[in-house]
Design a protein around this ligand. Structure first.
Ligand code: RB5
Length: 148
């Protein structure tokens, strides 16, 4: 599985820890930055390339971190093919994939601790979309919003 990760300064430290965690596993990681802590950087500069990779199929799943996770989530969901959500608890980290085919999670580096964040990431990456008819029907309605 190819996993894209990205963060601005508000999520930089957590992104580095998540990256370290994922490197110990079987994933291929694409890091879209930031590569340095720069308090003047802007989350769209990192989140949009990540979202384009996920939406375009270059990455299977994405993890975006900013201070709250909110800006990252707003930006990521503007990209076609991306189904992003701000995750702050375990249930939604996997249920969002199982029911809604979520392909990008957003985390708040100033909100969640590293251990909780890693649990959410692991649950997200282990989860599989069920493909159940009712979810397909709902997703088709969501995809219609994106247009052709
Ligand atoms: C940056 O200070 C902060 O606003 C940003 O990381 C994020 O929380 C935005 O949603």
């Amino acid at each position: 599985m190819v996993i894209g990760i990205a963060a601005d300064h508000g999520g930089y430290e957590l992104k580095q820890m998540i990256r370290q965690h994922l490197e110990q596993q079987r994933f291929t990681i694409i890091d879209f930055g930031a590569y340095l802590l720069n308090t003047a950087d802007d989350y769209p500069d990192f989140v949009l390339p990540l979202a384009e990779a996920v939406g375009g199929g270059k990455a299977d799943r994405g993890i975006a971190v900013c201070g709250s996770g909110v800006g990252a989530c707003i930006a990521a969901n503007k990209v076609k093919g991306v189904r992003a959500a701000l995750i702050s608890e375990h249930f939604s980290a996997h249920q969002g994939v199982e029911d809604d085919d979520m392909n990008l999670i957003c985390l708040g580096g100033r909100v969640v601790g590293v251990n909780a964040a890693i649990e959410f990431v692991d649950a997200f990456l282990a989860a599989k979309y069920s493909g159940a008819a009712r979810h397909e029907r709902r997703l088709a309605k969501v995809k219609k919003i994106e247009g052709p």
